[in-house]
Design a protein. Structure first.
Length: 695
């Protein structure tokens, strides 16, 4: 290992305040008497954010049965018997960090599998973990990884991880995963105690996974209020055996989405019932628990220490002044959101750079969550909002080159434009966006992957094509988008910001631009374009969204929340005469349009239904499954980008099978690398099963 690498490793270690170990050139047999005692390490082990010569290791060793230790020894070996130990490091643990432990190990070889374990002064050892370093920057070989999101241990089972492990163990070495990218909702901070809702939620029974010591009850659910509560929910999730095994098998790269802090959380505000509550102390607590439980290369201004978070002192103070990007200027708000920087870049060889962004800490308020936006919604059209209304609300005062209308027409009425004097929505915030565009422009990797926790692909329907008389007439001028509870609020309705990013990609001749996301609890594959017909359709990249690991999706929710008598039920969860149960016809709605949904529920003939497809509705979409769960696997090489969707049945209960239960389907989308000025294209192959409504 050359000295430049060693110097850069030490710089990283200093920046992170890491307990750092430097690998040896030749491994030696472990001299530690390690006896596995998983009960002393109830949350298992993990590794995270590998680069080509280093990786972060993690465990937690709380006081158990009167045995309290203050120090752990981490060992990293080239073999599972620890006969070639390459690095050893001692790390302090204490109750200040809830007995969690983070160690940075460097001097490792690129593209290598390593084994690691922790041992305390009694010789009580953690389970063994497996980690993998990233390839060297000039390595041209393909890279393979999984991306996941939205696991809900309160409401479902993590069978998807079991399948991922099962398949990886049986795969050829070059087909194995290098890491798992977790795009958020690693935890759900909103917890229902079983007695609060004996009937469960949708198809799910509620599990008794945590009791918040200082929680707040909102309606019939409970939310955390301090760092002890946030720690408690991480611990309860990590007791899931399938998640714990996955963390021990691969390095994870984790980014928070909303539920790591709050359901409708933005900056340090929590929105409940249309009211924004300043919650600076909770945002800091959420960041602290993330820092303690996720091994990741994050920066914090409270001082470089991997051992302790050192939270800034903040108080809940009203946030009333916002700058020209919608950023709350209240000092405690700024201190809270800057207490941990999650956005970062990781590199895997010559062909891939992962640019990870934070969609919650710096964003402006989502317009469709405002109570004033209710005036543009109707129970006749559940979830629908006119596209032209979403456009005006998103752009705010920048609409129509700075000449926004004072009123917006909806169903023959003129309604006040409550966004007329406010800036356009930003999800990234000005500072992060400048950083993001700069990284995108500078990237030398073949594929520049934007790990955006929220989706970018438009979700729209064509209610203007509904037959007369089925229901009241559509109040919009043309296409419909969706309100915040069903679809808006991600990068698919932040039209101004998305347009700015995509124009930047086009204007700078950036090729190999791919976006991967979670949050939607559904599988999507398509092309990244800022506009859809009747606007010009000009794709600049490819985009994917993964189904949830276990959190309920919209198809499941609509089976329950949409009345059986609703005239538009066939557009969402229609049932043909021969169907035993509701079907996810909303996939047809989003990809083909209302006529296809109505034809399917009438005849039950999918071929006839697709024949009525509206070609202008979704030229950007290749695939959509609003009912799918599972994970996505990406393989990037010097000339192509492939994404597999691995879809499993609704994970209501834990599967006892070694493979985690049956597979519903497996699909593969392939994009060949395009040249500057060329249009990207996607080719779909169905490898297993039948995704029926999704194509
Ligand atoms: Fe989620």
């Amino acid at each position: 290992m050359n000295t430049i690498t060693r110097r850069s490793f030490l710089q990283t270690a200093i920046a992170l305040g890491a307990t750092a170990a430097w690998g040896k050139a030749v491994g030696t047999k472990s001299g530690i008497s390690w006896r596995e005692r998983r009960d002393c390490y109830p949350e298992g082990v993990a590794s995270g954010d590998p680069d080509s010569n280093s990786v972060l290791l993690w465990t937690r060793r709380p006081p158990v049965g009167g045995s309290t230790v203050r120090k752990l020894t981490a060992e990293v070996a080239e073999d599972a018997h620890f006969s070639r130990v390459m690095a050893t490091a001692e790390a302090p643990i204490s109750e200040v960090s809830d007995w969690t432990c983070r160690v940075l190990v460097g001097g490792l070889k690129p593209s290598r599998i390593y084994w690691y374990r922790f041992t305390d002064s009694n010789g009580f050892g953690s389970r063994m973990g497996r980690s993998i370093t990233a390839p060297a920057d000039n390595d041209n070989r393909p890279v393979r990884f999984a991306f996941v999101s939205c696991q809900n241990a309160n409401q479902g089972a993590q069978n998807a991880y079991r399948r991922m492990i099962f398949e990886d163990e049986r795969a050829a070495e070059h087909d194995r995963l290098g890491f798992v990218l977790h795009l958020g909702d690693f935890i759900y901070e909103m917890v229902w105690y079983p007695e609060d809702r004996p009937q469960g939620i949708y198809d799910r029974r509620l599990r008794d996974i945590v009791r918040y010591q200082h929680g707040e009850k909102i309606g019939d659910c409970h939310i955390p209020t301090d760092v002890d509560d946030y720690r408690a929910i991480y611990r309860s999730y990590l007791h899931d055996p399938d998640l714990q095994d996955a963390r021990a098998r691969w390095p994870f790269v984790c980014m928070w989405d909303n539920h790591e802090f709050s359901w409708i959380g933005w900056q340090s505000l929590q929105d409940f019932g249309g009211v924004n509550h300043p919650r600076q102390t909770r945002k800091v607590a959420a960041n602290q628990a993330f820092f303690e439980y996720q091994p990741a290369r994050l920066l914090k201004p409270s001082g470089p220490s991997l051992a302790q978070f050192n939270p800034p002192k903040v108080v809940e103070a009203p946030i009333t002044q916002f700058d020209e990007h919608g950023l709350g200027q209240e000092p405690n708000n700024l201190a809270a959101i800057h207490s941990l920087r999650g956005y970062r870049v990781l590199r895997w060889g010559r062909n891939m750079e992962l640019i990870i962004t934070d969609q919650r800490s710096y964003r402006s308020e989502e317009p469709t969550y405002r109570p004033e936006a209710q005036a543009f919604m109707s129970d006749d059209f559940p979830g629908f909002m006119p596209q032209e209304v979403l456009d005006i609300l998103d752009a705010g005062k920048s609409y129509n080159n700075g000449h926004p209308p004072s009123t917006i027409r909806y169903g023959g009425k003129e309604i006040a434009n409550f966004r007329k004097h406010q800036p356009a929505t930003t999800i990234l915030g000005a500072e992060q966006k400048a950083w993001f565009l700069n990284r995108l422009q500078k990237s030398k990797a073949t594929w520049k992957i934007w790990a955006d926790t929220v989706a970018t692909l438009d979700m729209r329907a064509d209610p203007q094509n509904l037959p007369a008389g089925l229901t009241n007439s559509w109040p919009g001028a043309g296409y419909a988008g969706f309100d915040a509870s069903t679809g808006a609020g991600d990068h698919s309705t932040a039209y101004v910001e998305r347009g700015e990013i995509y124009d930047f990609v086009r204007d700078n001749g950036i090729t190999g631009f791919a976006t991967i996301a979670g949050d939607r609890h559904s599988f999507w594959a398509g092309l990244a374009a800022k506009g859809l017909p009747p606007k010009p359709f000009e794709p600049v990249g490819i985009a994917f969204v993964t189904g949830s690991i276990s959190a309920p999706g919209m198809a499941e929710a609509f089976e329950y929340i949409l009345s059986k008598e609703h005239p538009l039920r066939p557009l969402f969860v229609g049932q043909a005469p021969h169907d035993q149960r509701p079907q996810p016809t909303m996939n047809l709605l989003l990809k083909h349009g209302v006529r296809s949904c109505l034809e399917y529920t009438k005849s039950g003939d999918l071929r006839k239904a697709r024949a009525l497809s509206n070609p202008d509705l979704s030229p950007h979409l290749s695939f959509v499954d609003m009912g799918g769960h599972g994970y996505a696997v990406v393989r990037v090489s010097s000339d192509s980008f492939e994404t597999e969707f691995v879809c499993i049945p609704r994970p209501i209960e834990r599967s006892e099978r070694a493979d985690g239960g049956p597979l519903l389907y497996r699909t593969r989308h392939r994009a060949a690398l395009w040249n500057k000025g060329e249009r990207p294209t996607l080719e779909l192959r169905i490898l297993d099963g039948d995704p029926r409504f999704s194509v």
